[in-house]
Design a protein around this ligand. Structure first.
Ligand code: SAH
Length: 203
C-alpha cells in the first residue's frame, strides 16, 4: 500500500506502528476484482461481488488497532469476504479463524490466502453468528458485517481480557468495542460506519 495512503491513515488517527506497517505490506490489489485494481490503494471500500465489499483501508486499520493484538493471540473473524482483513490480522497474531457464509467467497478467499502465503489463516463457510466454538476462546473477535445486536455466541467465545469489534445497527450503524473484563462486559461506541448486513437465520 502506498506511502500516501499510510500518511492519510496517520492523519486520520491511526497510531499503532505495527498496524501501519502491516497495512503497507499486504497487497490490497490482490484482494479486489480485476476491474477494481486501479482503485486498490484509494481510501475507500470496493465491491467484490455477492453484495460484499472490501472495507475502506481506514476502517480495516481502525478495527485492527482496536483489537490491541499481540503475537501470541488467536483471532476470530466473521465475514471473510476477500480475505484482506484476515491477511492483515495474520501478520500480527499466531492464528486467524475466519467464517464466510457465501460459499463461493469462502472458497476464493481460501485459495487467495494460500497462494499469497498467509498460511496461519483458516477459513470456513458457515454462519458466523454461531462463532467457531471448536477453537474458542479467542483473544479477539472482529465482525465485518453489521448485526442488529452483538451475537451472544461470540460473547461466550471471547476470552476474559479479550476484545470484540463489531458494527451494530441496521440503517444506522456504529462500530462497538466490547471488552470482557473480570468485572464484566464493557461497551464503547466509536465510529459511525456502513457495513453490509449480516445474513443469518438467527436474525
Ligand atoms: N472482511 C472482508 C469484507 C467483508 S464484507 C474483507 O476484508 O474483504 C462482509 C462479508 O460478510 C460478506 O462477504 C458477507 O457475505 C459476509 N457475511 C454476511 N453474513 C455473514 C454471516 N452470518 N456469517 C459469515 N459471513 C457473513
Amino acid at each position: 500500500m502506498g506511502e500516501e495512503l499510510i500518511e492519510e491513515l496517520v492523519a486520520m488517527g491511526i497510531w499503532d506502528r505495527e498496524v501501519l506497517e502491516v497495512m503497507s505490506e499486504v497487497p490490497r490489489e490482490e484482494f479486489v476484482p480485476e476491474e477494481q485494481k486501479s482503485w486498490a490503494y484509494e481510501n475507500r471500500p470496493l465491491p467484490i461481488g455477492f453484495g460484499a465489499t472490501i472495507s475502506q483501508p481506514y476502517i480495516v486499520a481502525f478495527m485492527t488497532q482496536a483489537l490491541r493484538l499481540k503475537p501470541n493471540h488467536r483471532v476470530l473473524e466473521i465475514g471473510t469476504g476477500s480475505g484482506y482483513q484476515a491477511a492483515i490480522l495474520s501478520q500480527l497474531v499466531s492464528k486467524v479463524y475466519s467464517i464466510e457464509n457465501e460459499p463461493h467467497l469462502a472458497v476464493e478467499a481460501t485459495k487467495r490466502l494460500r497462494r499469497l502465503g498467509y498460511s496461519n489463516v483458516r477459513v470456513k463457510a458457515g454462519d458466523g453468528y454461531e462463532g467457531w466454538a471448536e477453537h474458542s476462546p479467542y483473544d479477539g473477535i472482529i465482525v465485518t458485517a453489521a448485526a442488529p445486536q452483538i451475537p451472544h455466541p461470540l460473547i461466550i467465545q471471547l476470552k476474559k481480557g479479550g476484545r470484540l469489534v463489531i458494527p451494530v445497527g441496521r440503517d444506522e450503524q456504529r462500530l462497538q468495542i466490547l471488552q470482557k473484563t473480570s468485572n464484566g462486559l464493557q461497551l464503547e461506541g466509536t465510529l459511525s460506519v456502513s457495513f453490509v448486513p449480516m445474513r443469518s437465520d438467527y436474525l
